[in-house]
Design a protein around this ligand. Sequence first.
Ligand code: PEP
Length: 256
Amino acid sequence: MRKKIVAGNWKMNTGKQEALQLVQDVLSSLSPLAAHQHLVFCPPFVHISSIQEVLRSGKSSNVHLGAQNCHDKASGAYTGEVSIPMLRDYGVDHVIIGHSERRQYFNESNEFIRTKVDALLAEGMRVLFCCGEPLEIRESGTQNEWVKKQLEESVFHLSPEQMKQGIIIAYEPIWAIGTGKTASSEQAQEMHAFIRHIVRTHFGESVADELSILYGGSCNAGNAAELFACPDVDGGLIGGAALKAETFLPIVAALR
Ligand code: PEP
């Protein structure tokens, strides 16, 4: 059975106390997760160490620590960057790559993202690979081509085995991120089915069947159940609604 996942992307939010409180509040009210259900916290780098301590004390093996970015080199003169081995030392096993905010504000290209994907897989990490189109592309009806190119240029060089072990896709239409404008369940299902179809064509049946494809973009307690009920939507990557236990927990509870 493929994994169903909710990942919270806290972005550049939360002070230290707030971050600790948030993770404690979520864990203390979290209903038991089934074997195929996974929860990933992706706090800012500076909170990873203290959150690792909280997770260690009550950790279920289905609760993971994620990072929002990494550098592709293991060490060196890259001021301000954080490497994959450093993250692994703190218990991080998932990393968000290709988020639209990194593409937009930090000029991350498909080619650069590919180097990070390769480096992460070489270190045994799981990649939360983000893709998704801007509004003008959606309005022109060419969103499938846009997303296909992102996948082709950053993950389609992988082997089926690497794909199976290391890649989770997050479809995040840019017009839905942080805007309060969610993709309809029909729009989400259509794109997720398309992604699974091109993965099937390129990597084969079993990779496509096992691939978790998450939806991201103004997902909240009110729409998560409908989105997660779509046959090709395997959970969500959650931004704003991940910042409070009371808005995040109902989304986790909507996992099937
Ligand atoms: C995100 O940035 O990954 C995201 C999905 O944000 P939001 O839920 O706030 O739209």
